[in-house]
Design a protein around this ligand. Structure first.
Ligand code: HEC
Length: 106
């Protein structure tokens, strides 16, 4: 049993988030600025400079690995509206990052 569980854990990719779980987290914490559609046009965005990141933009995703995106959510962007989400666990960060990926153009 233990061996099967260990094998299942090893089979997981290094950074695999659950987008469905991330969706709820996003709705609660991110929509106000980044928008329900992920395009950076949330209700609070009008007051922000720089504007919130647009997750529907290919430019946003270019060259970004999921672990880098997760790290930037955790640390935030000092001097901008993007506060540090240090309260999120590594699992939460992986899940919300997986959800952000669903906005990316194919
Ligand atoms: C109060 C507004 C606000 C909230 C809430 C917010 N963000 Fe942001 N976010 C921003 C702004 C503004 C930027 C752009 C910062 C910049 O251009 O330097 C940004 C940038 C980002 C970036 C890009 C960072 C980078 O390194 O380029 C990611 C990823 C991100 N946000 C994810 C999230 C996630 C996930 C949540 C919810 C857990 C969230 N944000 C909540 C305002 C917000």
């Amino acid at each position: 049993m233990l061996i099967i569980l260990a094998a299942a854990l090893i089979a997981q990719p290094a950074f695999a988030g659950d987008a469905a779980a991330g969706k709820a987290l996003y709705a609660a914490n991110c929509t106000a600025c980044h928008g329900a559609a992920g395009n950076g046009k949330g209700a609070a965005a009008i007051a922000l400079n720089p504007k919130p990141a647009d997750f529907t933009s290919a430019t946003f995703w270019a060259g970004k690995a999921d672990d880098q995106v997760a790290a930037s959510i955790k640390s935030g962007r000092p001097g901008t509206g993007m506060t540090a989400f240090t309260q999120l666990s590594d699992g939460d960060l992986a899940n919300v990052t997986a959800y952000l990926r669903t906005f990316a153009p194919p």
